[in-house]
Design a protein around this ligand. Structure first.
Ligand code: NAP
Length: 234
């Protein structure tokens, strides 16, 4: 039977590649706003996250088997921003990159426990969780490090219930954001830092997520897998 999978942030970039790569299954797509085949929820609104989960369960016919937390925001919050902008930037980044995925994990776990079934969670974190990021992106690195810590905690706490949690930590991936940067004067420096000589394709991340969502052995739960062309080797 096809697995029922919620992929957050599947309007563009890596999320589209993940959703397309799972096309053999029943995929529920999400973006900030409702659209054609897209369930809308702005993750800066906690109530919208809960409503998304309910809508996704309905759209999937009453059960979700796999949650892929992919939605994310990578925006600058400079150290010298004024106080209000600094606080708002951190609150926005943490809400989208950490609190919403945590809330969705919690809802998924309750859903599986109610039904007495197992499930899988794939969290998309970032190389930034381990390496840190540019000086304007401290909130992003902190949120992604938090997501790694949450994933490991859930994996350890829930493995006996066959709720499996995997994490992917990409380096630069060729989405709109990376393309702009590569086209700029920073591009050459960025590539020089990647032994593979190129940034990752979204499809490379998607094929790994497909494996984790559908096939990865239970004993791999708790693992964090890098996709970064050896630009940061742990
Ligand atoms: N690209 C990279 O180089 C890279 C590297 C490491 C990790 N990652 C991680 O990989 C994931 C996907 O990245 P990407 O590059 O594919 O991103 P992207 O192209 O910018 O797409 C971001 C996705 O998240 C959704 N999103 C943004 N703000 C949201 C909000 N307030 N509420 C709900 N959803 C929101 C977007 O929906 P809308 O279209 O509706 O705005 C979109 O579907 C993210 O978690 C990112 O941190 C990316």
């Amino acid at each position: 039977m096809a697995k029922r999978i919620l992929v957050t942030g599947s309007t563009r970039g890596i999320g589209v590649a993940i959703a397309d790569g799972l096309a053999s299954e029943t995929v529920i797509r999400h973006g900030t706003r409702d659209g054609d085949g897209i369930l809308g929820a702005d993750f800066t609104d906690p109530q919208a996250v809960a409503s998304l989960w309910d809508a996704a369960v309905d759209a999937a016919g009453g059960q979700i088997d796999v949650l892929v937390n992919n939605a994310g925001l990578f925006d600058q919050v400079p150290l010298d921003a004024d106080d209000a902008d600094w606080s708002a930037g951190w609150a926005r980044g943490l809400a989208i990159n950490l609190q919403a995925p945590a809330d969705l994990c919690r809802l998924a776990i309750a859903h599986w426990r109610e039904r007495g079934v197992g499930g899988r969670i794939v969290n998309i974190a970032s190389r930034a969780a381990y390496r840190g990021d540019g000086i304007q992106y401290g909130h992003y690195a902190a949120a992604k490090a938090g997501l790694v810590g949450l994933s490991k905690t859930l994996a350890r706490g829930l493995a006996a219930e066959e709720i499996l949690v995997y994490t992917v930590t990409p380096g630069y991936v060729m989405t709109g954001m990376a393309e702009d940067y590569l086209a700029s004067r920073g591009g050459e420096k960025l590539l020089a830092d990647i032994p593979l000589g190129r940034v990752a394709d979204p499809e490379e991340v998607a094929s790994l997520v497909r494996y984790l969502a559908l096939e990865a052995p239970a004993s791999m739960t708790g693992s964090v897998i890098d996709v970064n062309g050896a630009s940061f080797v742990r």
